[in-house]
Design a protein around this ligand. Structure first.
Ligand SMILES: C[S@@+](CC[C@H](N)C(=O)[O-])C[C@H]1O[C@@H](n2cnc3c(N)ncnc32)[C@H](O)[C@@H]1O
Length: 202
């Protein structure tokens, strides 16, 4: 395990723990068998509601040097399965298998978010929910322009993260029906603080 990989894992875990206050409300609509896209360091596990029965987490670059991941999995009150997979490739799951697909601050980082959303929709049962919380494009034109200008540089230094995606638009374009959407500004730098929290039905 290299120094850079460990540093990336620890930084990702630390940075994403700062979002823990937003997780319970975002995850509240999740039920049944869940596909979690971009499982990261497993930070969602302690915040899932009791209606969740199993979590399958897909993650192409499992964070290294974070022993807490195994502890989080061991403490979860439901089985957790981790798979080293990209969500913007064909997923090895049957159509309609999952009750819920969860994405927390992951749609920003998936290179082909449209393809990933199409896969998420395919593996959801009819009427199943995509539950998400993401940062993305700001509502104000001036901030959004700065996001567009800085995004190419940001993406290079921030592990492929895009700051300017219109989350509700890409979810709708993938064929989902939005059932709830809260947009709000969280703490932190304005370019990264515009949150989209919601759910959408297949
Ligand atoms: C900002 S982190 C969020 C991690 C976690 N969802 C959380 O809430 O703490 C973004 C995650 O998306 C993952 N990711 C990047 N590209 C991906 C892809 N093509 N498919 C699935 N996950 C991807 C990254 O490896 C990283 O773990």
């Amino acid at each position: 395990m290299g120094f850079r990989a460990r540093l990336r894992g620890r930084l990702l875990d630390w940075a994403m723990r700062q979002m823990n206050d937003l997780r319970p409300e975002a995850l509240a609509p999740a039920t049944g068998e869940v596909l979690e896209v971009g499982f990261g360091s497993g930070l969602n596990l302690e915040f899932y509601p009791m209606a969740v029965t199993r979590v399958v987490g897909v993650e192409p670059r499992p964070p290294e040097g974070v022993p807490a991941i195994d502890e989080r999995i061991a403490r979860a009150p439901f089985p957790v399965e981790r798979r080293a997979l990209r969500a913007d490739r064909d997923l090895p799951f049957d159509e309609g298998r999952f009750d819920t697909v969860v994405s927390t601050w992951t749609l920003c980082s998936i290179p082909d978010a449209g393809r990933a959303l199409a896969e998420m929709r395919r593996v959801l049962r009819p009427g199943g929910r995509l539950v998400f919380i993401e940062h993305g494009r700001a509502p104000g034109a001036s901030t959004a322009r700065w996001q567009d200008r800085l995004n190419p540089v940001w993406r290079r230094f921030a592990d492929g993260c895009n700051m300017n995606r219109s989350v509700d638009r890409i979810v709708g374009e993938a064929g989902f029906s939005l059932e709830s959407l809260d947009r709000f500004r969280h703490e932190g730098p304005g370019l990264l603080a515009h949150m989209y929290r919601g759910s959408a039905r297949r």
